[in-house]
Design a protein around this ligand. Structure first.
Ligand SMILES: N[C@@H](CCC(=O)N[C@@H](CS)C(=O)NCC(=O)O)C(=O)O
Length: 319
């Protein structure tokens, strides 16, 4: 794990020493959009854009889900990195479910960032939305990539499903903010903490937030009521990893999702939503976390459990 400094790869873990043992996530660098406004640099076009993902990564997983839900598979190609993120960061190598770099045959994802800018200083993260016409990164922030997918290719696909409808945007933004800080990033703040207090604070906040959502989902089929939205898919990618890796590897172990009846039914329903199960790969998920973070799990032994029954009836149709 490392980063690019003035175009050179440096193998460095996150610095928590200057933050009292707290993990502080850095913001993404590439924040362009795609639109069919006349003067837009990035116009929607079939076959022009390519998505680089890890099947392990919850942020990249959001973008794969939106590519699926919005019928973009024949328009936007995908390259899948190997689940291990080691001294060279994300790499392309053989592993069931991984692919080569389909555009350039690179060995490492950092080479794609260098191609965008040979002098770049940046972390090298997935997902990356790549423009093969201008040979540059359009965007590497999952929250923005899913908004692009939600809307900007509708002219090509005629798929007008809208997971960020105008009437609900303020509410979606509000719940996203809560879920992001306490849950999506909360598990990382717990897992990457290097002081007892930073860990305890993160875990306490995390489970308080899950308790709040458990109550909310008793009455509401989805986070915002009867309509499934972006907010649900953003929560889903953390919940699906929770019992398999965050409980053990990140020590988020006050409760499991399996112990929350409403969250469990909700998770099952989202997992069973058409097309979604095919975006979930537990081999990549477990291998990535338990194998890559050897500062947390130095033996790199990967647990065989837990047994998850995600295909069981979810029981939420009457809400
Ligand atoms: N803000 C980014 C975060 C992406 C991110 O942190 N991805 C992780 C994988 S789960 C990564 O690539 N980490 C490599 C690193 O931080 O060096 C997003 O949501 O797109």
């Amino acid at each position: 794990m490392g980063l690019l400094v003035e175009g050179q790869w440096q193998d460095k873990w996150y610095d928590t020493k200057n933050n009292k043992g707290q993990f502080v996530r850095q913001s993404s660098k590439f924040r362009d959009s795609i639109s069919n406004e006349e003067d837009a640099k990035f116009q929607p076009e079939s076959g022009r854009y390519h998505l680089y993902v890890s099947l392990a990564c919850p942020w990249a997983h959001r973008t794969l889900i939106f590519r699926k839900l919005k019928g973009l598979e024949s328009h936007i190609g995908v390259s899948v990195v190997h689940p291990d993120m080691l001294e060279n960061g994300w790499k392309f190598a053989e592993f069931e479910g991984s692919t080569a770099d389909k555009l350039y045959g690179f060995d490492f994802l950092y080479q794609l960032y260098q191609k965008t800018n040979p002098e770049i200083t940046s972390r090298v993260t997935v997902p990356v939305l790549w423009d093969s016409k201008n040979q540059t990164i359009v965007n590497n922030e999952s929250a923005e990539i899913i908004r692009i997918f939600n809307q900007q290719f509708d002219c090509l696909t005629d798929n007008t499903l809208d997971f960020y409808p105008a009437a609900l945007q303020a509410e979606i933004d509000e719940i996203n903010n809560f879920v992001y800080h306490k849950i999506n990033n909360g598990v990382y703040k717990a897992g990457f903490a290097t002081s007892q207090i930073a860990y305890e604070d993160a875990v306490t906040e995390l489970f308080k937030a899950l308790d709040v959502l458990e109550v909310r989902l008793a009455e509401n089929r989805y986070l915002l009521g009867p309509q499934i939205t972006e907010a649900d898919w953003r929560l889903f990618t953390t919940l699906i990893r929770f019992d398999a890796v965050y409980v053990g590897h990140f020590k988020c172990n006050l409760r499991r999702i399996a112990d929350y009846p409403n969250l469990l039914g909700y998770l099952r329903e989202l997992y069973q939503y058409p097309g979604i199960a095919s975006t979930v790969n537990f081999e990549h998920i477990k291998r990535h976390y338990y194998y890559s973070h050897d500062m947390i799990n130095p033996t790199r032994v990967i647990p065989i459990g837990p047994e998850l029954d995600l295909a069981a009836p979810h029981g939420r149709e009457n809400l």
